[in-house]
Ligand binder design. Structure first.
Ligand SMILES: [Zn+2]
Length: 336
């Protein structure tokens, strides 16, 4: 079990004692309807909101871009129920999945690749293969071993045990997660009438990809923007700051984060400011609690029920200040 997994297990055991999360029905953009800028076009982009239920591991958001001949799926979730929603969307549209793009190799974003590729074996898969390969031999392998140990621990709750078994099965089939096309730098992807600008970063992982759709002025950011807090387990904070700057340098009007609701530019600027403040606070002499509470207050307007409340935001931020940022427990390729 990796550090995040350990934390999530403990955190969710507490969360499981609270009322189950139900939440309002989600619209296609994963949150309350927003007033669009003039001429903003939502057609041909669907979002499947990732779950983050009490006592379970999360799914990342999925963004589906449609083209003349098929669907382009950005991130495929972790749980079978999430992947089924992608299948259902393709079935409802009567179009095949012609491409999968993974924002990074975390299991809440790639696990659905395996069942989707069984159904659409001709789909091209775009991700950073070197980063995935490195993770399969290190972080994911350690997680596999930890999950096997925790499965025999009677204190492990049933829902979390189900997620551990699924994660074990995914990593054991890790060969099926490799891309058909490895992305290591910017690329304009032209897929039958649809152009997507793929950008790269080394923020949440050593091989992040985020998408700018110039026709829609829309970004799918993956976990470079994530609520209720940035997941810093495999992070490089300085590169993460740079990635947020790069995102804001594009003329986007709407952004779909890796976890959480749709955001405006103003929302993303708020997130960027809060992220930089969290890093600066962790580098200073303030208490962990003060850094965590400041994060939670800053991003509170961005939260909705499915993404967690301010208390959860503070709990995550405090954990990462204490376990990752202050001890500088960054990826080996990260200098700062
Ligand atoms: Zn994620």
């Amino acid at each position: 079990m990796n550090a995040r997994g350990l934390f999530l297990s403990a955190f969710m055991m507490l969360a499981a004692c609270m009322a189950p999360q139900t939440g309002p029905p989600l619209d296609r953009y994963g949150g309350p309807a927003m007033t669009d800028p003039p001429n903003f076009d939502r057609a041909a982009v669907d979002v499947i909101r990732g779950s983050f239920a009490a006592g379970r591991q999360p799914d990342g958001n999925t963004v589906i871009f449609s083209s003349a001949v098929g669907l382009i799926v950005f991130d495929t979730g972790r749980h079978a129920a999430h992947t089924q929603k992608i299948v259902d969307r393709a079935t409802a549209r009567g179009q095949p999945i012609i491409a999968i793009i993974n924002s990074h190799w975390h299991l809440d974003h790639v696990s659905g690749n395996i069942p989707l590729r069984k159904l659409w074996p001709g789909a091209a898969v775009y991700s950073n293969d070197a980063a995935l390969s490195e993770a399969l031999g290190s972080f994911l392998r350690r997680g596999l071993e930890s999950n096997r140990k925790m499965l025999v621990d009677p204190a492990t709750q049933a829902g979390m045990a189900d997620d551990m078994r699924a994660d074990i099965a995914t990593v054991e089939q890790g060969d099926r997660l490799h891309p058909t096309i490895s992305i290591t730098g910017p690329l304009a992807l032209n897929l039958d009438g649809r152009t997507l600008d793929l950008h790269t970063a080394t923020a949440a992982s050593a091989g992040d990809i985020w998408i700018y759709d110039p026709a829609k002025r829309l970004i799918a950011s993956g976990d470079i923007i994530t609520l209720p807090a940035p997941f810093l387990d495999t992070a490089c904070p300085s590169a993460w700051r740079a990635a947020l700057t790069d995102i804001l340098a594009t003329p986007f009007e709407r952004l779909i984060p890796g976890h959480g609701r749709e955001m405006t530019r103003t929302d993303v600027q708020r997130y960027r400011d809060a992220f930089n403040a969290l890093l600066d606070c962790a580098s200073g002499s303030a208490t962990v609690r003060a850094c965590a509470d400041a994060w939670a207050v800053s991003i509170a307007p961005l939260l909705d029920e499915p993404s967690g409340d301010a208390g959860q935001a503070a709990a995550y931020a405090g954990y990462y200040v204490e376990s990752i940022l202050r001890p500088r427990a960054f990826r080996s390729d990260c200098a700062s």
